[in-house]
Design a protein around this ligand. Structure first.
Ligand code: ADP
Length: 187
């Protein structure tokens, strides 16, 4: 069973790799960023509440996300595995997911896609998403360092952390990820 959390700074390639890998393994790719962007585009109540935070590069409040993630992971297509991309993003989200995994007697592995800072900014500036302005990028990197990077230790302490060098070609990164998935499936 493949249950993976993708951790890594903005611009690390999480979204691209998580999507590709999910297709290969045939499990859902659950991106909280994508869910939020669709909600913003559809102007749902969630989207209306989330938009201002996203535009600034800040985290959307946990209360908007926790039930959403719980519901998504309980859906039928997620019962044979999932790849979570963009969640958890802070320690309280990670604790929430930990509780959820314990309640449902499940385990998951955390992949940290590691990319040096100077590479990240260039990648993000080249992408052109509406929250890829220099100022929002700066905030997202700061938020990552302060709120999300501590999760590397959180999962390291639980011995479920795998580090993948994200500063390589797409295909090389994909290969490393496939390797991790096949090791998991063999367990
Ligand atoms: P990236 O990792 O490239 O910055 P994402 O698509 O993962 O982008 O997220 C975009 C934005 O959506 C974030 O900057 C944040 O405002 C919001 N967001 C996504 N996931 C979460 C989360 N788990 N908690 C809080 N905010 C989130």
């Amino acid at each position: 069973m493949t249950r993976l959390i993708f951790l890594g700074p903005p611009g690390a390639g999480k979204g691209t790799q998580a999507k590709l890998l999910a297709e290969v393994v045939n499990i859902p790719h659950i991106s909280t960023g994508e869910i939020l962007r669709s909600a913003v585009a559809a102007q749902t109540p969630l989207g209306q509440k989330a938009k201002a935070y996203m535009d600034k590069g800040e985290l959307v409040p946990d209360e908007l996300l926790l039930d959403l993630v719980r519901d998504r992971l309980s859906q039928a297509d997620a019962q044979s595995g999932w790849i979570l991309d963009g969640f958890p993003r802070n320690v309280s989200q990670a604790a929430f997911l930990d509780d959820l995994m314990q309640e449902t007697h499940q385990t998951c592995t955390c992949v940290n896609l590691d990319v040096p800072d100077e590479v990240l900014v260039n990648r993000l500036l080249g992408r052109g998403r509406s929250d890829d302005t220099p100022e929002a990028i700066r905030t997202r990197l700061e938020v990552y360092r302060k709120e999300t990077a501590p999760l590397i230790d959180f999962y390291g302490e639980r011995s479920v952390l795998r580090v993948v060098d994200g500063d390589r070609s797409m295909a090389e990164v994909t290969n490393s990820l496939k390797q991790i998935v096949s090791e998991q499936q063999g367990q």
